[in-house]
Design a protein around this ligand. Structure first.
Ligand SMILES: C[S@@+](CC[C@H](N)C(=O)[O-])C[C@H]1O[C@@H](n2cnc3c(N)ncnc32)[C@H](O)[C@@H]1O
Length: 278
């Protein structure tokens, strides 16, 4: 008997019927269990379906493999058609594709990262998802030291920062093998510098979003309290378009298994959002 892969979430493209995708997967994999995610309107939670690349719809780009919490971070940014968006820590582009889809044919995305080899993998995924690569620019940047070659102002900037990853222990328990008690503080200092540099590219009236997949305060509230972000106003209260999600009185929004509607499998994130009112 083959080894079963852990459960996964899919993000179905906004112009594709989520229920139809679920039906076609169940037809192909009758032993799989599949349910719509409760918080992301585009997600499907699947277990027992095997390799997602073999599922119907994959080759046609009907969905991306993306954990529900990660989907929510992209959605919280609220990118609109026609906007210019910076995905400051794009990595292999998990959220870049989501943002490109949101800004549509009249918008554009700049995907930046420290590691060029990660950025190089984005174009293949965009092609699979039928997203126009001409609306994407990539840039190699070390945000701890500055803005690199990135120029101009952005309507929205996402800082999906490198972190200890302690919010992903369900999927990656090996993280505990190398976790040390100073990691949070060390990462927090890196995250603060990255956030401050990326924030300088937000246009007046634009939005800045900071996210880490870690529950540590050193990577969340302490970064936010220590960051020098002149003219930025921290958002509090309900994330209007996503039920159950609230930015607390300190601006922090925690996503994880404890949030109503999230499954016990959910990764844990901390998210903060500002508007540049300066
Ligand atoms: C949490 S991951 C990003 C995941 C990605 N946004 C996604 O949705 O798939 C953080 C990324 O930050 C990048 N990174 C780490 N240090 C950096 C730095 N100093 N400047 C820019 N990017 C950095 C890492 O290479 C990594 O790809």
């Amino acid at each position: 008997m083959g080894r079963e892969l852990p459960s996964i979430d899919l993000r179905v493209r906004a112009d594709v019927d989520r229920d139809a995708v679920a039906r076609s997967i169940i037809e192909a994999q009758p032993d799989a269990t599949i349910s719509p995610t409760m918080l992301s309107p585009y997600g499907l939670h699947i277990s027992g379906a095997g390799d997602p690349r073999a599922l119907p719809g994959y080759d046609q780009g009907a969905f991306a493999v993306q954990e529900e919490g990660a989907q929510l971070i992209g959605l919280l940014l609220r990118a609109e058609p026609g906007e210019r968006v910076l995905d400051a820590c794009a990595g292999r582009g998990g959220k870049t594709a989501q943002l490109l889809e949101a800004v549509g044919d009249s918008g554009s995305v700049v995907a930046a990262d420290l590691h060029e080899h990660r950025l190089e993998q984005i174009s293949e995924e965009l092609a699979r998802l039928r997203l126009d690569p001409s609306r994407l620019e990539t840039a190699c940047v070390d945000w701890t030291v500055g803005r690199g070659p990135v120029r101009g102002e952005f309507d929205r900037v996402l800082v999906d920062a490198p972190c200890t990853g302690l919010g992903t222990l369900r999927r990656r328990p090996e993280i505990l093998l190398r976790a040390g008690h100073e990691d949070g503080a060390r990462m927090g200092e890196t995250q603060r510098r990255m956030l401050e540099n990326a924030a300088t590219l937000v246009r007046p009236g634009g939005t800045l979003l900071y996210a880490v997949c870690s529950p540590l305060t050193q990577e969340g509230s302490r970064v936010v309290e220590s960051a020098d972000l002149p003219g930025f106003e921290l958002q509090v209260g309900r994330a209007s378009h996503l039920k159950s999600l609230y930015f607390g009185s300190d601006g922090g929004l925690g996503v994880g298994p404890w949030v109503e509607g999230a499954g016990p499998w959910a990764d844990a994130y901390q998210v903060y959002m500002w508007v540049n009112v300066g």
